[in-house]
Ligand binder design. Structure first.
Ligand code: G1P
Length: 289
């Protein structure tokens, strides 16, 4: 089974849960320690074998494009000040030329519509990845890599799933689980944001997908769903009639960086992993807790 060469990053969303921080700043540019969340996402895709990074942007998101560009004045200034190491680190973090592409979602019509906007860029690749940048996942093996491995083992579509508290089902796409095999569980259905009493399980889809390109003609014909938006979950439900899906209980921790508490926890978790910061940050935290 071929690897997944292209990854789609839908980044057109407004980030209203993080206002006023996101009034001007794209939510994908919020830093966790000293790196914007979008950079973690790109690195995860690259470490999972992706070669082409497809960003579906929208109004007010040009900073995301600038972030993945060379910053000539800054690079030159670092060089002049003898900070070559820093310049080289910034240089290394850039995707190879021509490997990052941008298209615009011209209206906020939902996640399904955003993914559909990337159809011509995904082109003939039979499967592609999707990363929702807000869902930052800290994992020993990059989460998307885990999905790609599961895809290569099964040939199927794969979504990342994790157990959520019953009261939280209305925040997620929830799967109706079938037979389980190790960390993989067959998917028998999807429901977008069900109330707890209607949820078929507590296994929530979080922002990592390996999808067949056959999702695109389905998205093309889809009517608006929950919240008046074109839902990726509805398209996956239709695709499930033709092709199998697995949910992968990935190894790692997920932080919802589109939410204040999730974002704060991500900062603590990532700072405590940093050799240059952990001990001193720990001492700082002790002053507050
Ligand atoms: C989207 C998807 C949902 C998924 C969630 C994961 O919802 O529609 O199925 O569970 O991402 O973060 P959103 O968070 O955009 O409302």
């Amino acid at each position: 089974m071929a690897s997944v060469r292209k990854v789609v990053f839908p980044v057109a969303g407004l980030g209203t849960r993080m206002l006023p921080a996101t009034k001007v700043l794209p939510k994908e540019m919020l830093p966790v320690v000293d790196k914007p969340v979008v950079q973690y996402a790109l690195e995860e895709a690259a470490e999972s074998g992706a070669e082409t990074f497809i960003f579906v942007t929208g109004r007010g998101k040009v900073l995301v494009e600038d972030h993945f560009d060379r910053a000539f004045e800054l690079f030159q200034m670092l060089e002049e000040k003898g900070k070559r190491g820093q310049r080289e680190a910034l240089e290394r973090a850039l995707p190879p030329p021509g490997r990052i592409v941008y298209t615009r979602q011209q209206a906020p019509l939902g996640l399904g519509h955003a993914v559909w906007c990337a159809r011509h860029l995904v082109g003939d690749d039979p499967f592609f990845g999707v990363i929702l940048v807000d869902d930052l996942i800290h994992a020993p093996v990059p989460c998307l890599r885990q999905l790609v491995d599961a895809h290569q083992a099964t040939g199927a579509n794969v979504v990342a799933v994790m157990e959520v508290p019953p009261e939280d089902t209305a925040k997620y796409g929830i799967i109706r689980p079938g037979a389980a095999e190790g960390d993989r569980v067959a998917v028998r259905g999807f429901v977008e944001k069900p109330r707890p009493e209607e949820a078929p399980s507590r296994l929530a889809v979080v922002g990592r997908y390996v999808l067949s390109r056959r999702i695109f003609p389905i998205l093309e014909r889809l009517d608006v769903g929950a919240g008046g938006e074109i839902q990726l979950t509805d398209a996956m439900s239709k695709l499930l009639e033709e092709e199998p899906f697995h949910g992968l209980r990935f190894t790692g921790r997920r932080f919802d960086c589109g939410d204040r508490l999730g974002y704060l926890e991500a900062i603590v978790a990532y700072a405590m992993e940093r050799e240059d910061l952990a001990a001193r940050f720990h001492a700082v935290l002790r002053r507050y807790v």
